[in-house]
Write a protein that binds this ligand. Sequence first.
Ligand code: ATP
Length: 317
Amino acid sequence: MDVVAIGETLLSLTPAENGLLRHAESLKPKVAGAETNTLIGLSRLGHRTGWISAVGNDEIGERIVATVRGEGIDTAHVKKDEEHNTGIFFKEIIGGGEVRVQYFRARSAASHMEPADLPASYIRSAKYLYITGITPALSETCNQMIFEAIKLARESGVRVVFDPNLRRKLWGEEEARTTLTSLCELSDIVLIGGTEGNFLFGTTETDEIAHRLFKSPQTGLVVVKKGARGAAYALRGREAFQVEPYPVTNVVDPVGAGDGFAAGFLSGMLHGLKTEESVRMGCAVGAMVTMVSGDYEGMPDERRLHSFLSRDREDIE
Ligand code: ATP
C-alpha cells in the first residue's frame, strides 16, 4: 500500500432546496469523510490506497463502502459492525452564507472502533499512514486507537501524515487542544490550516508553527494551507517557503480543498518529487476541488491534473 488512512465516513443529507431542514421535501445523499476524500484523490492519481474504518450492517454502510471501493480503494479492513449503525449528518444551506451541520454519529459504528481493530501488518505495509484530528474526537477508544496506530507506524518506519482538522462540535476545547497538539508532535508531516494554526498555536505564521513543532524530534515538515493564498511550508533546519496558489476564477464549492491538497501533496511525495513540487501539486489539486460541487468529486485523475498544470503554466508564460 502507498497510503493507509483511518477514519469515519458518514452519509450527509442536504435538503434539495436551500433552507431549513423542516421544510425539505427531498434530501440529497452524499458520501462524506475527510480521510476517504483524500484516499479517493490518491486513488484517482494512480496510487494504492487502503481504508481502515467501521460501518453498520445497514444500507447506508453498503452505500459508503460501495462508493469508496468503486473509487479503487481497498476496503478489506472496513469492519461491518452488527450492533451499531453507520453515522449520518444533515447539512442545511440556509442562505446568506449560513451552513448548519447536525451530526447523528455519537453511537455510530466507527465511533466504537478500538485499538484491537487495527490490522497491524496492513499499517506496517504502507509507505504513509494518513490520519486527521476528527477520529480521536469520536470516542475514547478511537482516541486510543489513533495513538496506537501511530506507534505501529513509527515502529516500522511508516511515515505519519497528520491534518488536525478541528471539529469543534465533537469535543471540548481543552481536550481538543491537548490531543491535537500531541498528535502533531508525533507526526512526521503536519498539514495544518489557518483555523487550526490559530487554535493550537495562536498563529498562522508558518515559521512560528514550525518553530513550535520542531521542538518535537519527530516532526520534520510543516505545511500551512492558506486557502486562496496557496500554502507555505517549513522543513526542519530551513526557512519557511511560500508556494503561490493556482488561480481559480470561479470557486463553486471550497469544501474538500484541504483533503485534495493532502492527496496532491502525498502523490508528489510518492513520486519522489521535492517538497516544494509536492506542495505545488497539493495546491493544484486543492484548487481543482474548489471548481466542482462536492467534497471529492473535483479530485482529478493524472491526465486532468497534468492538463491543469500545463494550462496554468501556459497562462503564466
Ligand atoms: P477545508 O478543511 O475546508 O478543506 P483547509 O483549510 O484544510 O480547508 P484550504 O487552505 O482551504 O484547506 O485549501 C487547501 C489548498 O487548496 C490551499 O492551500 C490552496 O492551495 C488550495 N485552494 C483552496 N482554495 C483555493 C482558492 N480559492 N483558490 C486557489 N487555490 C485554493
